[in-house]
Each structure stands twice: as C-alpha cells, then as structure tokens.
Design a protein around this ligand. Sequence first.
Ligand code: ZN
Length: 107
Amino acid sequence: MNEKITNLITALALECRANNVTLSLCAFNDKGLASLSQVGSNTQIEMSIFNQLAQWEENLKLCDCRECKSKLSQLQEDELKIAEEDKQIDSNDISEKLAAFFRGDLV
Ligand SMILES: [Zn+2]
C-alpha cells in the first residue's frame, strides 16, 4: 500500500476515534492488498457495511460487464431465497401461535 495513503488512513482513523466518529474503511492497491480501518461503534460499523452493500448493488446495476451482471443476478437470487425463508418463518410462527391459542396455551 502507498505509504502516503496508509498514513492518511491511520491519521483519519485516529482523528475519528478522538472525535467519537465511527469509521469503516477499506482501501485496495493495484496488487489487491487491502488496508482496513474500523473505529467507533459496532452498530454504526454494521450500518456502514450495510450501506456499502446497498451502494455496491447500485454500482453493479450501473455496470454492463458480464462479471457485474452475474454478481447482480446471484445477489438478487439470494435476496429472493432469503425473502422466501423469512416468509416461511413468519407463517410458521403465526400458525404456531394460532395453534397455541386454540389449545388454550396463549391467553
Ligand atoms: Zn462491471
């Protein structure tokens, strides 16, 4: 990693920590080596990752190359599977509650 960039990331992380600012940052050089910096609240780091994933999905939609199209289609398939599983869990939960209600287990 370029020394100036490494120093900037370190300085930024230290400044964020000193000012109670959450930072989640990952930089890659042209050899694929990454420099990762995460400081602050774990909840906000999680929100940062979630927002980055949402932005990444938007970037995939904007690109016409085969790799991005393939990743976007895989991502959308995964989201559909998760939505289906969530629906099943919800309906199982409701069925169970109804069954418990009719058994008199729920007041
Ligand atoms: Zn692409």
